[in-house]
Design a protein around this ligand. Sequence first.
Ligand SMILES: NC(=O)c1ccc[n+]([C@@H]2O[C@H](COP(=O)([O-])OP(=O)(O)OC[C@H]3O[C@@H](n4cnc5c(N)ncnc54)[C@H](OP(=O)(O)O)[C@@H]3O)[C@@H](O)[C@H]2O)c1
Length: 342
Amino acid sequence: MGKFIVSAFLCEQRKELPVPSADISDKSILVVGANVGLGFEASVHLAQLRPKRLLVTARNVTKCQQTIAGKDVQQRASISAIDARPLELGSFASVAQFVNRVEEEDFQVNAIIANAGIHTTRYTKTVDGWETTLQVNYLSTALLSILMLPHLIESSTPQSASRLVIVSSDLHYLANKLTGVDQWPSILEKLNDPDYCTSSVMSDRYNLSKLLEVMFVRELSSRLSAPTPVAVSAVNPGFCHSRLARSQTNPFMRLGVATLKTLLARTTEMGSRTLVHPAVEPGEMSRHGCYLSCYEPKEESDYTISTEGREVSRRLWLETIDVLSRVDSRVQRIVDEHLRAR
Ligand SMILES: NC(=O)c1ccc[n+]([C@@H]2O[C@H](COP(=O)([O-])OP(=O)(O)OC[C@H]3O[C@@H](n4cnc5c(N)ncnc54)[C@H](OP(=O)(O)O)[C@@H]3O)[C@@H](O)[C@H]2O)c1
């Protein structure tokens, strides 16, 4: 059943997951948002598996140099085949520049872990005019995924499909239904509208952004050819000890989150295993198009699989491609060349 069930959540939180151990000596992997938290710990796991190349991103050059390429990941994994590049998801130009640089360097990517994300209830806009959570967690993640798709396809072999792992959350189960969505001329414009984004709407924004990611995975995966050259999945890392909620200013909420973390949270290292597993372990075809929790496919939220949810998902895909095509002309070409119409 596609619901948030407290007993299942508690059970998963306590589950000890095996450490990923695949041979990735001939694989090149990209981790987005790797300076702290789950992305950092996933990078350490990957580095310890000694990939051909590990490319990690942080928001700016300083964070890249100091936190990633400098001391942490390299010291803990004691290898040097790690590169760091700046990538700011609050800017479409930064995503395009990142992809341009990857292309100039001819980086042959086998797996991408799209991990970067924010959790905030404040309405702010990015330089591109989109509500920040909507752009960082959804639109820019979608742009990066589509621009990198040809590279993932190129690296794929019949024995091993490339992987695209988008880090979602079980909080997508708790996202509110989009009441009245059938009357909205544009879903994305409505979600961006400051008049619509009241404090109660914004209190759900993170959950909704994670639902949008699940829908994106479903739409993208269903448009790839069969057998797929790229195994696409959404993962739930579980509730972890990271600083994701650092922008929370309400002292009661902060106390509540801190208490829940003390009682329930997984270590960030344990949560990070859920990101690494679908990116490197065999069996990728059985995970294609799936929402994964504790390494296993799990049903998405009831809303996602409802008639309304499917229609929202389909419209959202079309709108997303439309918005992103206006941002970067490569998007429509990639969609036309590599994805099937539905
Ligand atoms: N922790 C949990 O309990 C939990 C549960 C379910 C899902 N998740 C998901 O797991 C992912 C990682 O979260 P986390 O818990 O590791 O949180 P975190 O410690 O706050 O890490 C988030 C990462 O995303 C980066 N980031 C944020 N905004 C960005 C932007 N505009 N452009 C580029 N990078 C940006 C951060 O960079 P800076 O350090 O520069 O901000 C950081 O590297 C997120 O997608 C989150 O939704 C987490």
